[in-house]
Design a protein around this ligand. Structure first.
Ligand code: COA
Ligand code: AMP
Length: 633
């Protein structure tokens, strides 16, 4: 089948298409109803099916006779440790952990927060939750206690599963005290905290609510998988939106399992027993879909990598991992390639490794600049495939379907619409735009299986954020255009979300934190181009009248505040003082205008601006601070 044929079938006969793909996974009770609607009229898939994702990821393969195959490779340059786990070994650990969780009183329908570094126990914790129908919410380890507390209060976990520590390059990060601080800050009290003691660094003080992970497993019986309904929430994953409060994306079970199986075969072109490596973190959607659930459902070996593309120990790490574990397909963010390219511009490290196993390099998470793509293709024989998706979709929406037909690569484009996604480009008033016209990227409803069900206990925000803007369509929050061959180009977010090193962050949230500084009258945080991280935040601050704080002091204090409240991952480094911010006559801050000035792009002064002189003022302040002179366009 060609791409055109399979895509057309998915759009014209969705029910037939997704019924067929539902047969690719095993159900306890096969769905008879393929499409339906929830009580709010939102499309649902496979409403009456019953399954268990942990069963699909682990137990099924053992039953099929593959128990001794490698399920997971833990490769940790920061602890100089490599450990392999078979499906049988994973099952023993996961089934015992699940048994231990039951003994702590957890039951199907409860929630659990997982706050872990990149160690196998993070995946075990996710699978153990799935095994007993507990909805997990993994929080990225780079978020500060305040952020963790917001998520605890929103999803009200019965337990938190964490580890004593993580390692950032050569720095030990004590995770457990961060969890204790978050519990102090939150109003909701989890009953227990299960702590995996890594025995690195100082002993962690024991709290009354702590349960030792190893002791829990040692003292527990293995427990079986619990069947859950298709629409049972497998997980809640918080992501940044346009306000200070993160959005809890709710993922179903059945549609997701079907979509992941489809992705592994049709997009990633990876066969059972091959090795798949997504160099991301379990705290992001990539980690959920393509470190843990997707590869395991497809009976692949998945790599859990605890390191960075550089400095652990150098820019050869990725190539070493690919060669050593014979990785067949890899997924990373362009930032990682830019960081490697900077350290090893001539690809000297690459020459030292046999990368013949690598069939495809997938890139996503942020825009991939053409120079990075070209550098990759110059040095590595495998095709580099950019593709586009979001936490909300859970799996790729635009790609090159490598398991169907490799279409010619157009640098700068993220490919063509994936099966099930009817992607359109709309103008602000909801008119569909023709070829090469830039507008809002939207998807005609229904979205295919596996995409978000709702926002956790916030259906009004789900509707207003995604569905109300263009009735009958899902609004992605991204801008872009299609060319005359239906290749899609993403031009960036059209809202206050930025992507820093492939990490999705909210500038509105950073503004809230910066504004809490006592000297700040008002501020705007915008994302500006950065040669390594793609985007970084820049804070423009108006200081209160008669406040004589020095720039250096204000900068240090606001950076510290953002690190404390959001986390170091926000990467705020530049804070500049301006006399005033450009606004419309109705008082709306013109953030896009400031972004264009900082990035040195051509811009038009909006007719709604309250005072045109301010453009020159902002430009000279940014020049004074050397903002924007090192960025990539
Ligand atoms: N736990 C605790 N802290 C964390 C963390 C974690 N899991 N992840 C990041 N941080 C901290 C870092 O230690 C750093 O702190 P510092 O400012 O005190 O040094 C800060 O957050 C920023 O980290 P990072 O974004 O990793 O930047 P970096 O400058 O340390 O490294 C890169 C630069 C390019 C090597 C790194 O950003 C990278 O590997 N990027 C690829 C990311 C990626 O794969 N994203 C995929 C998402 S799909
Ligand atoms: P996240 O939800 O963290 O996966 O971030 C999703 C956002 O990242 C999207 O809305 C895009 O803005 C951006 N993004 C993801 N992949 C790409 C890509 N390949 N090219 C450009 N932007 C991307």
């Amino acid at each position: 089948m060609t791409y055109k044929e399979i895509y057309t079938e998915s759009i014209e006969q969705p029910e037939k298409f997704w019924k067929h793909h539902a047969d690719e996974i095993e159900w306890y009770s096969k769905p008879q109803i393929i499409t339906s609607e929830d009580e709010n009229g939102y499309p649902l898939w496979y409403k009456d099916g019953e399954l268990n994702v942990c069963y699909l990821a682990i137990d099924k393969h053992i039953q099929d006779g593959y128990g001794n195959n490698t399920a997971l490779i833990y490769d940790s340059p920061v602890t100089q440790n490599i450990k392999k786990y078979t499906f049988l070994e994973v099952k023993t650990e996961v089934a015992k952990l699940a048994g231990g969780m039951l003994s702590l009183g957890l039951k199907k329908g409860d929630t659990a927060v997982i706050y872990m570094p990149m160690i196998p126990q993070a995946a075990f914790a996710m699978l153990a939750c799935a095994r007993i129908g507990v909805t997990h919410s993994v929080v990225f380890g780079g978020f500060a206690p305040h952020e963790l507390a917001i998520r605890i209060d929103d999803c009200k976990p019965r337990v938190i599963i964490t580890a004593s520590s993580g390692i950032e390059i050569d720095r030990l990060i004590a995770y457990k005290p961060l969890v204790d601080e978050a519990i102090e800050l939150a109003s909701h009290r989890p009953k227990k905290v299960i702590v995996f003691n890594r025995k690195l660094g100082a002993r962690v003080p024991f709290k009354k609510y702590d349960v030792d992970y190893d002791a829990l497993i040692y003292g527990s019986e293995e427990t079986a998988c619990v069947p859950v309904n298709t629409t049972h929430p497998l997980y809640i994953l918080y992501t940044s939106g346009t306000t200070g409060k993160p959005k809890g994306v709710v993922r179903d079970t059945g549609g997701y399992a079907v979509a992941l199986k489809f992705s592994m075969t049709h997009i990633y072109n990876i066969k059972p027993d091959e090795v798949f490596w997504a160099a991301s973190d379990v705290g992001w959607v990539v980690g959920h879909s393509f470190i843990v659930y997707g590869p395991l459902i497809n009976r692949n070996t998945t790599v859990i990598f605890e390191g960075k593309p550089i400095k652990t120990p150098d820019a050869s790490t990725f190539w070493r991992v690919i060669a050593e574990h014979k990785v067949n397909a890899m997924f990373t963010a362009p930032t990682a390639i830019r960081a490697i390219k900077k350290e090893d511009p001539d690809g000297e490290f690459i020459k030292q490794y046999d990368l013949s196993s690598l069939k495809t390099q997938f890139l996503a998470g942020e825009r991939c600049d053409i120079a990075t793509l070209e550098w990759y293709q110059k040095h590595i024989p495998a095709p580099a495939i950019d593709h586009w998706w979001q936490t909300e979709s859970g799996w790729p929406m635009i790609a090159n379907l490598m398991g169907v037909e490799q279409l010619p690569i157009k640098p700068g484009s993220v490919g063509k619409a994936v099966c099930g996604y009817d992607i359109r480009i709309f103008s602000e008033d909801g008119t569909e735009l023709g070829a090469n016209k830039e507008g809002y990227v939207v998807v005609k409803l229904p979205l295919p299986p596996g995409t978000l069900l709702d926002l956790w206990q916030d259906n009004p925000r789900f509707k207003s954020g995604y569905l109300d803007q263009f009735p009958g369509y899902y609004f992605s929050g991204d801008g872009g255009y299609k060319d005359d061959e239906d290749y899609i180009f993403i031009t960036g977010r059209v809202d206050d979300v930025i992507n820093v090193a492939g990490h999705r962050l909210s500038t509105a949230e950073m503004e809230e934190v910066v504004s809490s500084h006592p000297s700040v009258a008002e501020c705007a945080v915008i994302g500006i181009n950065d040669s390594i991280k793609g985007q970084i935040p820049l804070a423009l601050v108006v200081v209160k009248l008669n406040d004589e704080i020095e720039h250096y002091q204000l900068q240090q204090e606001t950076i510290k505040l953002v690190r404390q409240q959001i986390g170091a991952v926000a990467s705020l480094q530049s804070v500049v003082i301006v006399d005033r911010l450009p606004k419309t006559r109705s008082g709306k801050i013109l953030r896009k205008l400031m972004r264009s000035i900082a990035d040195g792009e051509n811009f038009q002064i909006p007719s709604t601006i309250d005072d045109e002189n301010i453009v020159g003022e902002i430009d000279s302040v940014l020049q004074k601070y050397n903002i924007g002179i090192y960025n990539v366009k």
